[in-house]
Structures are given as structure tokens and as C-alpha cells.
Design a protein around this ligand. Structure first.
Ligand code: MUC
Ligand code: MG
Length: 365
């Protein structure tokens, strides 16, 4: 079970429809495929999506950090020495997506070695999750058409609407258009990606108070410490910390500082190991979580659903599992399928996914 080799392979797959949000936009999935090889001939995989506007990582920096810093630290360790692995990774600050992909590829290799699904090793709670779809900035009619199409075709009835960079009135109008087109049955929540000041966020939430929003995520930057606390105190909508809560320490600061009341867990930035710590931390504090999406491809989405379904607390809400639908292609031999508003965890050892060698040859850089 010894790690003998780690690969970091950059690839690029275009989006059919770019995703636009307050902190950036994505036109190409310029991710890094991570492969961890063991001396038993087992290969575990995961993917790292760079989000420079959120964590400062780029595709090149992820490859450089894995090849130059992390692989030399991990080669020689057993797949079972995950605490040692984390201690070694944490000698370097930052680089969350690179570290998370390594963690998840090690779990995949472990599952394959033991001939067991990762989701069962993690917790084995359920075999599927309900899916929430993220709707990016666009003219109102396009946002509505996208949500209607996704509901019709995939049975998805939970939507996260991107807000926060445009004037407040435009976002309010878009949310109102979605509510009126989709009716009272669908769940709608908003994510501001730090785009508003606290007073803008308060104005927006007041203007949307009749829309039945279930969550308000990261409306203002984490550095607006008192402003965020003020906002939490004046809105009845649960407030989710996403990019402000990427480590157990940050989760503690956000929750105990009163700047958020829920936590978004993204396996793309905290892998399985640290995501599990955060999940248990949230449970211990009596705080709900939502499984978020770092604009993952199908490999990352397979990781999110394997983790989210594995635990009772992370599978209660719909998980954000559908953004891969906007990509023109992907690397898996068998594409993920969303049906009836749900995504099933892949059966089979590890993550239950296989990389198509021809697709990888085509899209690798
Ligand atoms: C989200 O929930 O914020 C946008 C940037 C990022 O890192 O993740 C996405 C979605
Ligand atoms: Mg978010």
C-alpha cells in the first residue's frame, strides 16, 4: 500500500455555457488530474479545479505545488498514513485544491486496494443525493430558461442563484423572475461570492423577503467582520459561509464570531479528510451544512456525492452537483447521470470511476 508515484496532469475542456458569478467567470475547465500510484499497481484519481479569484491557485501553480512540494513528501508513505500525509501537506500554507485532490486520490487508491467504495469507508449513509443547480449571471429570460430546462430534463427543483456583482436591483429582478416562472414549490437560495457591502446585502434581502429564499451565501467579504455579524442579526435567512470557511479554524471564526450560521463543504478544497473534520465540527456545534460545488467536473462531482451521501448530516440538503452539465465533454468512461433530481453514488471500488485514456490524451495539455 505504499505510494510510489504521483502525477499532476493539466487538462482543458471548454464549457458549452460559461458560468458567471460575482468573483469571476469560467469558460474552460482548466483542471489538474491527480493520479496516485501504489506499489500494488493501484491508481487513485481526483481532480483539482483552480480558482484564482477564490484561493489564489492556478493550473500551473497546482502542478508546480504537487510536483515540487507535495509528491516528494508523500511518496513512500502508506495509503493508510493519512494523518502523516496531512501533517506533511500542512507544512506548506495555502494550496487547498492541490491538497484536496491528493487526499481524495489517496482515498480512491485505498478503496480500490481494499475493493470497497470510498463512500462506504467514509460513512455509508445513503447511495445518492438530491441535486441543486447553480444558475449564473445572465439576462433574466436566460436564467429562467436554464432553470426550467434543468427542472424539465433532470428533475432538479433546488436552485442556487448567483448574485452580488451587478446592481442590487438587477439581482432582485432576476430572483423574482425565477420565483414567478418556477412557482412556489422550487427551493431558491442566493450566493453573492463576496460581491456586496453589508448594506447592499441588507437592501437586497429586504427586497427579496417575499421570495422565500432558504439560504444566503457569502454575500459580503469575510473581512467585513462586523458588517457580516450585523447582517446575520437582521435577517431571518440562514447565512452560509463558503469561501470564508475553508479550514476548521476559519469555520470556528465564522460561526463563533457570529458572521454565518451554516457552512458550505466543498471536497474540491478540503478533500475527504478535512471535509469530515469540518462536518463533525458543524455537527458538534449544531450547525447545518450544504455540499457546495467549486465548479467541479465529473471527477470532482463524483467525489462530492461520494462524501455527501456518506453522512447523514451532509445528505440532508440537496448538494450542488450539476455544474458539469455545462461542460462540452469530460474524462470519464461512463458519464454521470442526473435523473429524477438525484445523482447516485457510483458503485464499485474507490470512487467507482474510470478515466477514458483517449479523452485524457485529447484534452491533456
Ligand atoms: C460557489 O459556491 O461560490 C464560484 C467560485 C468558486 O470557487 O466556487 C463557485 C461556486
Ligand atoms: Mg459559494
Amino acid at each position: 500500500m505504499k505510494i510510489v508515484k504521483i502525477e499532476a496532469i493539466p487538462f482543458a475542456i471548454p464549457y458549452r455555457k460559461p458560468l458567471r458569478f460575482a468573483s469571476g467567470e469560467v469558460h474552460i475547465a482548466d483542471h489538474v488530474l491527480v493520479r496516485v500510484h501504489s506499489d500494488d499497481g493501484v491508481v487513485g484519481v481526483a481532480e483539482a479545479p483552480p480558482r484564482p479569484y477564490t484561493y489564489g491557485e492556478t493550473q500551473a501553480s497546482i502542478v508546480a505545488a504537487i510536483e515540487g512540494l507535495f509528491a516528494p513528501e508523500l511518496v513512500g508513505l502508506s495509503l493508510l498514513e493519512r494523518e502523516v500525509m496531512h501533517a506533511r501537506l500542512d507544512r506548506t500554507v495555502g494550496n487547498p485544491a492541490a491538497k484536496a485532490a491528493l487526499d481524495m486520490a489517496v482515498w480512491d487508491a485505498l478503496g480500490r486496494t481494499l475493493d470497497l467504495p470510498v463512500t462506504q469507508l467514509l460513512g455509508g449513509w445513503a447511495d445518492r443525493m438530491r441535486v441543486a443547480h447553480m444558475v449564473g449571471f445572465a439576462p433574466d429570460a436566460e436564467m429562467v430558461a436554464e432553470a426550467e430546462h434543468v427542472r424539465e430534463r433532470y428533475g432538479i427543483t433546488t436552485f442556487k442563484v448567483k448574485v452580488g456583482r451587478r446592481p442590487v436591483e438587477l439581482d432582485v429582478r432576476a430572483c423574482r423572475a425565477l420565483r414567478s416562472a418556477l412557482g412556489p414549490e422550487v427551493e431558491l437560495y442566493v450566493d453573492g461570492n463576496r460581491g456586496w457591502t453589508p448594506s447592499e446585502a441588507a437592501r437586497a434581502l429586504d427586497a427579496m423577503s417575499d421570495l422565500g429564499l432558504t439560504l444566503a451565501e457569502e454575500l459580503c467579504p469575510a473581512d467585513d467582520v462586523l458588517g457580516r455579524r450585523w447582517l446575520v442579526g437582521r435577517t431571518p435567512v440562514p447565512t452560509v459561509a463558503d469561501e470564508s470557511a475553508t479550514t476548521p479554524g476559519e469555520v470556528t471564526r465564522e460561526l463563533l464570531g457570529g458572521s454565518a450560521t451554516m457552512i458550505s463543504i466543498k471536497t474540491a478544497r478540503t478533500g475527504f479528510g478535512t471535509s469530515q473534520r469540518i462536518l463533525h465540527q458543524a455537527e458538534g456545534l449544531g450547525v447545518e451544512v450544504v455540499m457546495g460545488n467549486q465548479i467541479d467536473g465529473q471527477i470532482g462531482t463524483a467525489c462530492t456525492v461520494a462524501f455527501g451521501a456518506a453522512h447523514r448530516a451532509s445528505s440532508r440538503r440537496a448538494g450542488e452537483l450539476s455544474n458539469f452539465l455545462d461542460m462540452a465533454d469530460d474524462l470519464l468512461t461512463e458519464p454521470l447521470q442526473i435523473a429524477g433530481g438525484e445523482l447516485a453514488v457510483r458503485p464499485g471500488p474507490g470512487l467507482g470511476i474510470e478515466i477514458d485514456p483517449d479523452k485524457l490524451a485529447h484534452y491533456r495539455l
